[in-house]
Design a protein around this ligand. Structure first.
Ligand code: ADP
Ligand code: ADP
Length: 231
C-alpha cells in the first residue's frame, strides 16, 4: 500500500473550513507535488501530516498505521520531517551542530564533536554536497545551503517522508536545479517527498504525481503532464 494515506481529512476553524474531506496518497519512491492557490489548504494539509495542526476528523496513516493526531514529535519519530519556508535553523550553530542538534551525539553525557562532524560529512556526501563545510556557521550560509543543511538534518534522522513547503520560493534558477539534484539523491536514499509548488514547469520536471487542492478539497490527482493547467 501507499507510504502515506490521508483519508477524509477535515479541518474546521471558527472562521471556516480549511480542509473538507481530503484524500491524498504518497507512494514510496515518489515526489508528490501539491499544487493550489493561496488559501486552498496546502499548509493546513502538511501541518496535519507533520502533527503541527490537529485535524477535526479524518485519518492519516503511515505504512498503514495511524499517526497520532496533532503530535509533531510522534510524526517525527515515525519518520515524517517537514521543512517550512521560514528556515528555522539556529544561525549561530555550525553545520554539524545543526544536523545533530537535540540528538546524539549532541545530547547526552558529553558532546562527541568528532563523531558529530564525521556523521555530518557523511550525510552531506550522501546528498553530494561535500562543498558545504561542516564547520561553517549556519547564519553565514546562503539560504539555498541552509535549506540543504535542513534536508541533511532530516536525512540523518532517517526521514522516510520529507515535506518541502515551497522550497523554490527562496531560490534562483541554478539553485532550483541544485535542489532537484538533492531531491533525487533523497529518493535514492529511500526518502519520499511531498513538494509544494505553484510552478507547473517545476512540477513536470521533479514530480512523479501531482495533486491539486482547491477550497480544501482534492480536485485532481494524476501525472504531472496530465494536470489541468488552470491553477
Ligand atoms: P494554503 O497553504 O493553500 O495557502 P492554508 O492551509 O494556509 O492554505 O489556509 C486554508 C484556509 O484556512 C484559508 O482560508 C485560511 O485563511 C484558513 N486558515 C488557515 N490557518 C488558519 C488558522 N490558524 N485559523 C483560522 N483559519 C485558518
Ligand atoms: P502559506 O503562505 O504557506 O499559504 P499562509 O500565509 O496562508 O501560509 O499562512 C501562514 C500562517 O498563518 C499559517 O500557519 C496558517 O495556518 C496561518 N493562517 C492562515 N490563515 C489564517 C487565518 N485566517 N487565521 C489565523 N491564522 C491563519
Amino acid at each position: 500500500g501507499p507510504l502515506l494515506e490521508v483519508r477524509g481529512l477535515t479541518k474546521r476553524y471558527p472562521g471556516g473550513t480549511a480542509l473538507d474531506g481530503v484524500h491524498f496518497d504518497v507512494h514510496a519512491g515518489e515526489v508528490h507535488c501539491l499544487l493550489g492557490a493561496n488559501g486552498a489548504g496546502k499548509s493546513t494539509l502538511i501541518k496535519c501530516v507533520s502533527g503541527a495542526v490537529e485535524p477535526t476528523s479524518g485519518e492519516i496513516l503511515l505504512d498503514g498505521v495511524p499517526l497520532p493526531a496533532g503530535s509533531p514529535s510522534a510524526s517525527l519519530a515515525r519518520g515524517v520531517a517537514t521543512i517550512y519556508q521560514e528556515l528555522d535553523l539556529a544561525p549561530d550553530l555550525t553545520v554539524a551542530e545543526s544536523i545533530y542538534f537535540g540528538r546524539e551525539p549532541c545530547r547526552g553525557p558529553f558532546l562527541d564533536r568528532r563523531a558529530m562532524r564525521a556523521g555530518a560529512k557523511e550525510v552531506l556526501a550522501r546528498l553530494r554536497h561535500e562543498d558545504i563545510s561542516v564547520d561553517a556557521t549556519v547564519g553565514e550560509l546562503r539560504p539555498a545551503f541552509q535549506q540543504i543543511v535542513s534536508i541533511a538534518r532530516a536525512l540523518s534522522a532517517k526521514a522516510r517522508l520529507l515535506i518541502l513547503d515551497e522550497p523554490s520560493a527562496i531560490l534562483d534558477a541554478s539553485e532550483i536545479e541544485a535542489l532537484f539534484a538533492v531531491v533525487r539523491s533523497l529518493l535514492e536514499q529511500g526518502t519520499s517527498v511531498i513538494f509544494i509548488s505553484h510552478l507547473l514547469g517545476e512540477i513536470a520536471t521533479i514530480g512523479h504525481r501531482v495533486s491539486v487542492l482547491r477550497d480544501g478539497r482534492t480536485v485532481a490527482s494524476g501525472l504531472p503532464a496530465s494536470t489541468p493547467a488552470s491553477e
